[in-house]
Design a protein around this ligand. Structure first.
Ligand code: SAH
Length: 476
């Protein structure tokens, strides 16, 4: 984050606007909307500003900016088209550590102004950190259509019951569950529909019916977070991610996906990286049970799909044995996500009749999977966790009858902007992977379908400076 987002209380505080043109008028208007006491410094004023000055709603200092005008100002906005003046304002304000914004001049700013969606008291502010204001405005336009105009009323309605609800529920989680029920349910609909009296009555009834102190019932959501790109989450995954109290995640969950979990949810990292098992599987199973027994809504977030090489089955077995309610949300597994983003159709009719997913996790350096029935032409083989054992795997597939010329690909961090694809054959891939310094997580695809990559690759991201958050979790 390049800027720290905050909302300032400027009610009745002196704020200075330099410039009297159209832009200055707009900025002064925004400051006034938030209750700031505006002084405008400019030789001449727009007609709107002039009216405001005449009625005493703003103060006008006719003339050129002088550092002495800064006085007690809480913030300063320079909106002149004279770069020298803008520079002077910026320097003078910065010297006094008064936050300063120079319109369309990020270099001279110590704060920038976001695009705003005003549903007061609910306010959404969007910024592109000054990099692309047009993009921020476009996003604002989209959100405007998504957030009902009456959301401000809803926030006000909630505010009027805030204290009463707080008194009723001693435990914070219960209070939150109550509010979620109210704000997502029929009461909210009544407020949005302007049926305030009914809404009040319904809220009070719900409150009375809720014995504020019963232990909340915990549950576990076993959720597949997909292969890394947050666009590939399901709606259900996102919804549960937004309502969980605690998230238990491992290394494969990408930071960009984790970013979408409710901000104030507790985060517990349980690792599980090759050779670095931060927490043993039994302990993870027990942890989930314990958290749910404490009444929490537990999000067990896993990379890909929880039931594909994810040990999700073992986790819910323990939950079932302990009578903990749970639900499972499938995710896009690496095989389908990564192959799509690498332009390798796993079962293209011309090349494959079947496709198998296998793990290449080697015990003691040997292949511990039975490759009979797997090493077949006309079959695509997708190998998870195969990087370390790649040379052995390729050798064994050849030993089991596949031609050494069989096409093979290795894809690192598929679906993310760090995706790297290397193609070769069973004979050449191990060496190519070393040369390309491939790092986990990687997926290996073996079979004639790999030939299609050259023609069908469509996702070819180039590294972007500072684009650090869009990676899959591990790089060690
Ligand atoms: N449950 C997961 C798999 C867990 S096993 C799923 O359904 O995808 C971990 C292995 O998944 C990694 O070693 C790697 O082989 C593969 N994998 C997961 N995400 C990947 C990605 N974005 N790119 C390449 N391989 C990935």
């Amino acid at each position: 984050m390049d800027f720290f987002p905050v909302f300032l209380d400027i009610k009745n505080k002196p704020c200075l606007v330099i410039g009297g043109g159209e832009v200055a008028t707009r900025k002064a208007g925004m400051v006034m909307q938030a209750g700031g006491r505006v002084t405008v410094v400019a030789p001449e004023l727009s007609s709107t500003l002039k009216k405001l000055a005449d009625t005493g709603e703003i103060t006008h200092i006719a003339g050129k900016f002088q550092p002495s005008h800064l006085g007690e100002a809480l913030l300063v906005i320079a909106a002149t088209d004279d770069r020298a003046i803008n520079q002077q304002v910026s320097a003078a304000a910065k010297a006094l550590r008064i936050p300063v914004n120079v319109v369309d001049n990020p270099d001279l700013c110590s704060f920038i102004m976001p695009s705003v969606i005003d549903r007061s008291p609910l306010v959404v502010a969007i910024s592109s950190s000054g990099v692309s204001p047009v993009l921020a405005r476009m996003l604002r336009a989209r959100l405007e259509t998504l957030i009902p105009a009456a959301y401000g009323r809803l926030a006000q309605f909630a505010a009027s019951f805030r204290e009463q609800v707080k008194q009723h529920f001693i435990q914070q989680p219960m209070r939150r569950i109550f509010w979620e029920k109210i704000l997502q349910g029929p009461v909210a609909e009544m407020v949005l529909a302007g049926q305030d009296q009914e809404a009040r009555k319904a809220l009070l009834q719900t409150l009375a019916a809720d014995d504020g102190n019963a232990a909340p019932r915990g549950e576990v959501y076993l959720v597949g977070g997909g292969p890394g790109n947050p666009d590939l989450l399901t709606f259900r995954a996102l919804r549960l991610m937004q309502q969980a109290d605690v998230v238990v995640h491992d290394h494969l969950v990408s930071p960009a996906v984790l970013e979408l979990v409710r901000r104030d949810a507790e985060r517990i990292y349980v690792g599980k990286e090759r050779d670095n098992h931060t927490m043993r599987q039994e302990n993870i199973n027990e942890l989930l049970v314990r958290l749910a027994q404490e009444g929490k809504r537990v999000l067990r977030l896993k990379g890909g799909d929880p039931f594909v090489f994810g040990r999700g089955g073992e986790e819910i077995e323990t939950l079932a044995a302990n009578g903990i309610p749970f639900q499972v949300v499938p995710g896009i597994t690496a095989a389908t996500g990564v192959s799509a983003y690498a332009g390798i159709p796993l079962t293209h009719r011309d090349y494959a009749q079947s496709c198998v997913f296998v793990t290449g996790h080697l015990k003691d350096g040997s292949v511990n999977i039975d490759l009979t029935g797997i090493a077949k032409t006309n079959q695509t083989i997708v190998i998870y966790m195969g990087l370390l054992g790649l040379p052995t795997l390729c050798q064994e597939l050849v030993a089991h009858g596949l031609p050494a010329t069989t096409p093979a690909a290795i894809v690192q961090q598929g679906t993310t902007y760090q995706q790297k694809v290397i193609t070769g054959t069973l004979a050449t891939l191990p060496k190519l992977a070393v040369e390309a310094k491939m790092k986990p997580p990687t997926l290996i695809i073996v079979g004639d379908v790999v030939k299609l990559h050259d023609k069908l690759a469509w996702f070819k991201p180039e590294p972007i400076d500072g684009g650090s958050s869009f990676t899959t979790g591990q790089s060690k």
